[in-house]
Design a protein around this ligand. Structure first.
Ligand code: URA
Length: 433
């Protein structure tokens, strides 16, 4: 088979068969097809798309490019959760211990930040001593002993997705529905859970900017899940402003801990209860969504969810007390973005907010960059809030004055104001079952 023929076929709107897709994926990870040819193919896919069958074939070829985890050693129904990416999205930090505290076994693999979006592994690593590089045995033992373990994606799990994602990131081919669906689902199928709850984000901070595209992505992923005999459901959630107020690794961990202690931001908790209720239903713990939400609220209210978080952090070598200490968020520079006009916040470019945090030092400009866990920003105003001239819109944390100025400049451009009160959209926009 000649790669150039396959590129030409896709460029001209043709359909690739299973054998051709498997050939591309397996030869690419062996290093037998160069990046420039795969880049050309990705761009052809970006413009011509993949049909359902091609998307499924690509998903399965990427899943089978490495190990498929065997979680049969864990008792109970294992339910995984995945978000298609957002800004200030700390749901996993709240959701995982919360559902674990009422009996859902959580064996979760998470990723690092990508572009303007944050990653759970980077967030957890801001906790002193916390280890995300568990081996498979320790991972399974922790779930059996305390009901929860979380680790970074190993290099052996869907390695084709890892390699292709890195290439998509630098060839402007990330925000394509079929490529996102196959990327997410290849990892989820390889991670070995019995059920999958997807959070498909939609808006200025998400890869899918409008509801129709987000719904199509959700349907595509749910159908791949079903065809692979995994219970799968997707919640479509709004990402036109960051979730909660904090954006930045340690800042988000502290906000998540506050939520686990019962002082959570409303949007963050609403999304966690929504996703969590589907997780507990899939795990067979509750019959209805309402009952699920009630049980989860009780777990927050009586402290079980936070206790589970503490237990989980300790089991992975971390120091949960450190999160409450001053040193956890200690930066040499702290300043505010001040409103220069009066009105109501009518738009927040969430991608700019994520990039402001990245520029402050909280994300990676290139793959090799290290990140500064303490830096980031906290929004003092969100969509629809009234603002007076001179008020603080956000507080920024940095350790380098050049980075501070870059971050502040980017953040400034993220806000728009209206004279009239502004009503924001619903957080939960739809469910695809
Ligand atoms: N998250 C993923 O895992 N893959 C994508 O392609 C986009 C978001």
């Amino acid at each position: 088979m000649l790669m150039v023929d396959l590129i030409k076929a896709k460029r001209d709107g043709g359909v690739l068969n299973k054998e051709e897709i498997t050939f591309i994926v397996s030869e690419y990870i062996k290093g037998k097809i160069p990046d420039y040819q795969v880049s050309a193919l990705l761009m052809a896919i970006y413009f011509k798309g993949l049909n359902k069958e091609e998307t499924l074939d690509l998903t399965l070829a990427m899943k089978d490019s490495g190990d498929v985890l065997d979680l049969s050693g864990i008792k109970g129904v294992k339910v995984d959760k995945h978000s298609t990416g957002g800004v200030g999205d700390k749901t996993t930090l709240v959701l995982a211990p919360m559902v674990a505290s009422i009996g859902v076994p959580v064996a979760k693999m998470s990723g690092r930040g990508l572009g303007h979006t944050g990653g759970t592994i980077d967030k957890l690593e801001s906790i002193r001593g916390f280890r995300t590089d568990l081996g498979e045995r320790e991972f399974i033992a922790n779930v059996n002993n305390i009901g929860i373990a979380l680790m970074g994606q190993t290099k052996d799990l869907a390695p084709a997705d890892k390699k292709l994602y890195a290439l998509r990131d630098v060839t402007a081919t990330v925000d394509n529905m079929s490529l996102i669906a196959s990327s997410v689902m290849s990892k989820k199928l390889a991670a070995g859970s019995d059920g999958i709850v997807l959070d498909v984000t939609c808006g200025s901070g998400a890869f899918m900017k409008n509801y129709e595209d987000a719904k199509a992505l959700a349907e595509e992923m749910v159908s791949i899940g079903k065809m692979s005999k995994k219970k799968t459901i997707a919640v479509i959630s709004d990402m036109n402003e960051p979730l909660g107020r904090a954006v930045g690794n340690a800042l988000e961990v502290r906000e998540a801990v506050n939520a686990l202690k019962g002082q959570g931001e409303e949007d963050l908790l609403t999304l966690c209860y929504e996703l969590g209720s589907y997780m507990v239903m899939m795990a067979g713990i509750c019959e209805t969504k309402e009952e699920g939400k009630e049980r989860l609220k009780e777990a927050i209210g009586d402290g079980r969810a936070y206790d589970k978080f503490e237990e989980f952090v300790k089991a992975q070598g971390g120091d949960a007390d450190f999160i409450d200490s001053e040193d956890f968020i200690k930066t040499s520079i702290k300043g505010d973005l001040i409103a220069e006009e009066e009105g109501y916040i009518s738009s927040i470019n969430c991608e700019d907010v994520g990039n402001a945090s990245l520029l402050l030092g909280g994300g990676r400009r290139s793959k090799e960059d290290s990140i500064d866990p303490s830096v980031g920003l906290v929004l003092n105003k969100k969509l629809g809030d009234p603002v007076k001239k001179g008020e603080s819109i956000a507080t920024l944390y940095a350790n380098d004055s050049c980075k501070y100025n870059e971050g502040l400049e980017r953040l400034k451009g993220a806000f728009k104001y209206s004279e009239r009160p502004f009503v924001k959209e619903k957080l939960i926009k739809g469910i695809v079952e």
